[in-house]
Write a protein that binds this ligand. Sequence first.
Ligand SMILES: Cc1cc2nc3c(=O)[nH]c(=O)nc-3n(C[C@H](O)[C@H](O)[C@H](O)COP(=O)(O)OP(=O)(O)OC[C@H]3O[C@@H](n4cnc5c(N)ncnc54)[C@H](O)[C@@H]3O)c2cc1C
Length: 647
Amino acid sequence: MSWGPLQPARIDFSERHAPAAPDFGDVYPAGAAALERAQQVYLAGNQLPERWAGRSRFVILETGFGLGHNFLATRAAWQQDARRCDRLWYLAIEKHPPHREDLIRAHAGSPLPVLAAELVAKWPPLTPDLHVIDFDGGRVRLLLALGDIADVLPELVARVDAFYLDGFAPDRNPAMWDPWRLRQLPRLAAPGATLAIWRVDSAVRQGLSAAGFELDKVPGTGGQREITVGRFAPRFAAAAPAGRLGWAGNTAAPVRRVAVVGAGLAGAAVAQALAARGLAVRVFDRQGGPARETSGNPGGLFHGIAHAHDGPHARWLRAAALHTARVLRPLVASGTVSGAVGGLLRGEQRLAPAAMQALLQALALPPDYLQVLADSGLADGRAAWFYPGGGWASPADLCGHWLRSPGIEACYGADVQALQHGDAGWQLHDATGSCLHSADAVVLCNASDAQRLLAPLPTGAPWPLRRVRGQTTLLPAELPGLPELPQPLADTGYALRLADGRLLCGATSQPGDEGGELRLVDHQHNLATLRRLTGWTGAVDAGRLAGRVGWRLQSDDRLPLLGPVPDGRVAPGRRRIDQPRWVPRHAGLFVFTALGSRGITQAALGAEALASWITGDPLPLPASLLDALDVARFTSHAVRRGPSSVE
Ligand SMILES: Cc1cc2nc3c(=O)[nH]c(=O)nc-3n(C[C@H](O)[C@H](O)[C@H](O)COP(=O)(O)OP(=O)(O)OC[C@H]3O[C@@H](n4cnc5c(N)ncnc54)[C@H](O)[C@@H]3O)c2cc1C
């Protein structure tokens, strides 16, 4: 479900030391006092930093991010602690996030100026999504969920070690402390989880007790008589959904070695995300190097989308595009990846500018995510959407960068022809039957070939996928009169300038066509797109142009396939598998494929989601989006239609 539209905070700074929230008749904690309070209430109340010492992962959930003081104090404590956990996950919910300018004002003169400046610099466009923001080389990860706690809390997928129950006072903001809402906490609490609250009343205390927390009052600081701390001590533990256990939850053995099949965008992104979590990853590709098949285009676009219903497709592509921009910005700036994150214009096909504006306002999407340009400069005079965080990138550069991460070994010219599961995990075999590798788990990122490898296994309902041929066209840089194209242009096709000056335009879309040859008629189609978008009138011998043919793998619902592979041996009807999260899976067997025509946009966030799923880290996607992307969705759909449609 959508969490939008989002209403940013209204903050009154007339009292410099106590910024006020007029909508709640309350003040924000500010400055040194706010950091001190974070230390004494939330860190000390959760026995931090002691409890995270020596752990590989520690997860905090804060309700009410406010101006971010609790996060800054926690990050500072983590940085200063020699025995800190390897990776700190900080989940935070905020219904009314501050605008960037207000965040700057709130932290002017901060006792933690470097950390505050970094938070401001990484502050995301205020869209109703789960934003993944990395600090300290990714070892501290902020998952910022912008939306109402009533919508967000049921959507989080995480095992939380410490709760910071913050927010305006219960009498000023009763919706936040609703007892029913507090009953969501046990689902998220890890064994031994603790909590700390600054302001509490008897109703909140009762709600938390009913949720399974043993509470204590301890002396408070800063004028507060006492604060409440708690420890999760439930009378019974509910079973987690089978499909959400990933690998860590399916086996008692420690997770160490993973094999990834495919070194395109999907495989490279997954390998990087797993290696960053400390796993030993070996990548296999049948080609002589990375990104030699569909991911081999010299450039491709990335950007979000806007749709009136803000359904799973729109929400996923928005979150994925915002994440990709965050990942690419430093890589493009350092010259590691050829590309640009300087905006993208997409010509509107259907709506007039007034209707586009109305859509933008209804969704309350901010201008740093999306703007309407009535006077777009497109050659045919159409209005356009402008995505400031969109752009283009070289898929091969990105794959190469990801695959150079420590902990990854890449094996090329290695054609995986069969998978076998045994006591030692998964074995990968080549065409001669020789074992290429054994691993605890395997992730199939080999596009349409994943289905062939899985054919001998029961995997539930068939996956409705198709291959769609596409041809691109490359125009030489020296061709006279070619448009400059400071930003990529798109509608049903696209045009962009590569870093070496060549102009790339495309692409055709031919479902079911397996022809690998370059075609004159397809070049002509792409040149027509270029003329439509830019007004270019130059002449060129289309028969002599370079280009490339590839195949997008597309699902019927245009969403990728992600997650543990369903185990079709479990008879439908015996379990509650009408929802993907309850569908049983093959232990240690995962897939990420069907990135369609949006591989650059979708690879990074999809890979993060899969890596979290595998290792038991907090998921960077809401549960409803995970269900929408889950490869088990086809089994669930089939169950809803009737048992005969499940294999
Ligand atoms: C014409 C065209 C234009 C496009 N434009 C854009 C664009 O502008 N923006 C965008 O985001 N996306 C674009 N795309 C889509 C994008 O290229 C894909 O979404 C993306 O490349 C898919 O990545 P992948 O890793 O899933 O697949 P692939 O790149 O195909 O990677 C799969 C890898 O698996 C390997 N493999 C397969 N089987 C085996 C096996 N049995 N053993 C070992 N290795 C194996 C292959 O060698 C290959 O390297 C375009 C696609 C086309 C065709």
